[in-house]
Design a protein around this ligand. Structure first.
Ligand code: 13P
Length: 253
């Protein structure tokens, strides 16, 4: 059975004092996650090990990096290698967020390499895909997302694919308060799963967690997560408010 995941993406927000309090407030809710559920916090790089210490020992609570580089090591000032994340005990890394694609020109090909680096280091990538508004308005979103998946994932073996989490984040829904409807989310998630099934077979596709991201809030998480192919969410703004993210975790199937 595939994992149901509430993933926070703090982006470039919060001081460590604020972040620590947020984590502590969320943990204080004492939500016990089932074997099948996971809460992951994508924190800014300087907080990775500090945050990991706060959640350590809490079953199925984990910390994620928000990015890593596509090279193993070397003269890349300011960059962080997947192997470095592994060396300090980090187990997840968000890869290919639309903000990275847009502001840092990350291509599908580069992201394929980042996925390789994560998998070599035993890091579970949370691979983001999703279309801009113009593509949605043109009605070509399925083809667009299919190309993202093919160009970044299809070199992987079925075994490798099974260690990846996918997050569908329509860009028009990110930070806009304009959430995809449950119908739109389910349709795209089913499409993503069918693209994976065509290449890797239905049994493999069925094991992949596909998260929805884009204005997930405390008041819409339950509806979104109840869609059969939506396995939780990748949450920006609402993950910065303890009470909201607690509700979002509690909305997992
Ligand atoms: P919001 O939840 O703020 O729309 O952000 C979504 C997102 O980009 C998560 O990665």
């Amino acid at each position: 059975m595939r994992k149901q995941i509430a993933a926070a993406n703090w982006k470039m927000n919060l001081t460590w004092a604020e972040g620590k309090k947020l984590l502590e407030d969320i943990l204080a809710a004492g939500i016990s996650l089932t074997e099948n559920q996971l809460a992951v916090f994508g924190v800014p790089s300087p907080y990775l090990t500090l945050a990991d210490a706060v959640v350590s020992g809490k079953k199925n609570y984990s910390i994620a990096a928000q990015n890593c580089y596509d090279k193993k090591s070397g003269a890349y000032t300011g960059e962080i290698a997947a192997g470095m994340l592994q060396s300090v005990g980090i187990k997840y890394c968000i890869i290919g967020h639309s903000e990275r694609r847009e502001y840092f020109n990350e291509s599908n090909q580069m992201l394929a390499e980042k996925l390789n680096r994560c998998l070599e280091s035993g890091i579970t990538p949370i691979f983001c895909c999703g279309e801009a508004l113009a593509i949605r308005e043109a009605g070509t979103q399925n083809k667009f997302v299919e190309t993202q998946l093919k160009e970044s994932l299809f070199h992987l073996s079925a075994e490798q694919l099974k260690s990846i989490v996918i997050a569908y984040e329509p860009i028009w829904a990110i930070g806009t308060g304009k959430t995809a409807s449950t119908e739109q989310a389910q349709e795209m998630h089913a499409c993503v799963r069918s693209v994976l099934a065509a290449k890797y077979g239905a049994a493999v596709a069925d094991e992949i967690s596909i998260l929805y991201g884009g204005s997930v809030k405390a008041n819409n998480a339950k509806d979104l997560f109840s869609c059969p192919d939506v396995d939780g969410g990748l949450v920006g703004g609402a993950s910065l408010v303890a009470a909201d993210f607690i509700t979002i975790i509690q909305s997992l199937k």
